[in-house]
Design a binder for this molecule. Structure first.
Ligand SMILES: O=C(CO)[C@@H](O)[C@H](O)[C@H](O)[C@H](O)COP(=O)(O)O
Ligand SMILES: [Zn+2]
Length: 200
């Protein structure tokens, strides 16, 4: 019973965080979707990165673009920078773990590509370096953060957008990041492919 009570409490916390986020994040998510659509329509691609649960989010997003989201449509170009263990270990081993995403961005990224940078604290050094690399390559950045936005928030320019979840728990922030990723997928499909045809 005590455990069940705890589960109900966690669900309530998640619902509360999502309700609070819905009230403030719609403009930033819509703006982020426009940036991503603009890139895709100009033959750009989306590079995504994050650590831990946010690495999983980066992969979740890229798979929904490359394969499909909720409807049949052609694959869209996205790369999760978190998946190639040979590249990640060699950069971490030969240089610094802080460079694992930045070095890939300097090799693969160019305008009009966009970086999707995911960090609940906004302070992970390899994500900070990824944003610096994207800016050096004249790429726009969509940053998903939480708490006070961290170092990441201070790096963003006018062309970038921050989706900052108004919460302090890493887990709750991640839960909203995943919802925001699904919003982005929905908005991208809506913009690029229009209304979904309903089958009778
Ligand atoms: O999923 C979780 C916690 O829910 C962890 O794996 C978490 O993602 C890791 O501790 C990350 O290293 C945190 O990095 P960040 O979100 O502060 O950038
Ligand atoms: Zn987690």
């Amino acid at each position: 019973m005590e455990l069940e009570q705890r589960v109900r409490g966690l669900f309530q916390d998640s619902i509360k965080t999502k309700t609070e986020a819905a009230a403030v994040l719609a403009p930033a998510i819509a703006q982020a979707a426009e940036i991503l659509v603009e890139s895709l329509l100009s033959d750009g691609k989306i590079l995504a990165c994050g650590n831990g649960g946010s690495a999983a989010d980066a992969q979740h997003f890229s798979s929904e673009l490359l394969n499909r989201f909720e409807r049949e449509r052609p694959g869209l170009p996205a790369i999760a920078l978190t998946t190639d263990s040979s590249t990640l270990t060699s950069i971490g081993n030969d240089y610094r773990f802080d460079d694992v995403f930045a070095k890939q961005i300097r090799a693969l990224g160019h305008p009009p590509d966009v970086l999707l940078a995911i960090s609940t604290s906004g302070n992970s050094s390899n994500i900070v370096e990824a944003v610096n690399a994207a800016h050096d390559r004249n790429m726009r950045v969509v940053a998903m953060t939480g708490r006070a936005g961290g170092t990441l928030a201070g790096l963003l320019g006018q062309a970038d957008v921050e989706i900052r979840v108004p919460a302090t728990s890493t887990a709750r922030i991640q839960e909203v990041h995943l919802l925001a990723i699904h919003c982005l997928c929905d908005l991208i499909d809506h913009r690029l492919f229009g209304q979904e045809v309903q089958t009778p």
